[in-house]
Design a protein around this ligand. Structure first.
Ligand code: NAD
Ligand code: LMR
Length: 328
């Protein structure tokens, strides 16, 4: 028997990440090849984006996806989020060449207050929210704080792109297959201060840290490469990453909804005080996912180098949160 369709809201649906994302959701890559979806697409009311969104929907039609059970275009979050089971908050202003992420805070804060309130008012009480739009952790924090009627754990921020970038760099360094690298984590903020940590990583049970055994490479090559990858792509493309960001969003939601099969993945989730991160901070943690829920991996040893990295990324996040306090 066919499954009942679920409602997937996507904001910024006519943008470049939207274009790399919607077709994959509709083809079943996010929620499974047996799960029909209804796409509830949000764009700003201006004619240009709304017209572009119509064009994307024409293309979705032309794919004749068997799992696409319906789609709607909206300019009002309260309509787009109605009964949503999943919400991917992509729409926001992207960072251009030379622009600092902190500058985005003011512009994007207002968007995520309105969208948090709308989710609170009309979405499913179990809605799984992923914030992609930057600054992702703080935008997710704002949305969570603006939706007091929804469980805090429903709000997550995307660090999976950083996680995937780190996995790729480790695979290249060790000559091992991407698929065999386990137990990697990216702590903290989706920004250059993030701390990609391979101390616990293994390949078929063998320690990656022991394989690499080069702290100089870790501090001076690996961490800057992963941390500044977003800026490097903007520099090279003149646009921020899109296909890899959409891919990471699919990975994040798929693992959350369908389980990570015991594997660690990185998600930005509200802290409950783990590892000394103050409650509510939307922080990149190692998690495992099962039965539609995630669980932070606890009890990992944090050495002095890691403690300092975590302190730096936490301080940045707290600065961002302080910067939006007056908006909340
Ligand atoms: P884009 O400019 O191509 O598309 C964004 C779209 O969002 C536009 O069509 C715009 O009209 C729409 N939009 C703006 N405000 C909106 C609102 N209030 N409601 C609905 N739609 C709205 O940008 P993009 O390249 O698709 O990137 C989107 C966001 O994702 C940016 O903030 C970017 O920095 C961020 N990003 C995050 C990651 C990550 O790893 N977390 C990675 C890449 C990009
Ligand atoms: C990325 O990591 O590619 C994006 O967040 C873009 C950016 O602004 O760094």
């Amino acid at each position: 028997m066919r499954k009942k369709p679920v409602r997937v809201a996507v904001t910024g649906a006519a943008g470049q990440i939207g274009y790399a994302l919607l077709f994959r959701i509709a083809s079943g890559e996010m929620l499974g090849k047996d799960q029909p979806v209804i796409l509830q697409l949000l764009e700003v009311p201006a004619d240009g984006p709304q017209k572009a969104l119509k064009g994307v929907m024409m293309e979705l039609d032309d794919c004749a996806f068997p799992l696409l059970a319906g789609m709607q275009a909206h300019s009002d979050p309260a309509a787009a989020f109605r009964d949503a089971d999943y919400a991917l908050l992509v729409g926001s202003r992207p960072r251009g060449p030379g622009m600092e992420r902190a500058e985005l805070l003011a512009v994007n804060g207002a968007i995520f207050i309105a969208q948090g309130r709308a989710l609170d008012a009309v979405a499913s009480r179990d809605v799984k929210v992923l914030v992609v739009g930057n600054p992702a952790n703080t935008n997710a924090y704002i949305a969570m704080k603006s939706a007091p009627g929804l469980p805090r754990k429903n709000f997550t921020a995307m660090l999976r792109l950083d996680h995937n970038r780190a996995v790729s760099q480790i695979a290249a360094k060790t000559g091992k297959a991407v698929a065999d690298i386990e137990k990697l984590v990216v702590w903290g903020n989706h920004s250059p201060t993030m701390y990609a940590d391979y101390r616990f990583a293994t390949v078929h049970g063998e320690s990656v840290a022991r394989m690499i055994d080069d702290q100089e490479w870790n501090a001076n090559v690996f961490l800057p490469t992963v941390g500044k990858r977003g800026a490097a792509i903007i520099e090279a493309r003149g646009l921020s990453s899109a296909a890899s960001a959409a891919n990471a969003a699919i990975d994040h939601m798929r693992d959350w909804a369908l389980g990570s099969n015991g594997k660690w993945v990185t998600m930005g989730v509200p802290s409950d005080g783990q590892y000394g991160i103050p409650g509510d901070t939307l922080f990149g943690f190692p998690v495992t996912c099962e039965n539609g829920t995630y669980k932070i991996v606890e009890g990992l040893e944090i050495d002095a180098f890691s403690q300092e990295r975590i302190r730096i990324t936490l301080a940045e996040l707290q600065g961002e949160q302080d910067g939006v306090k007056h908006l909340l």
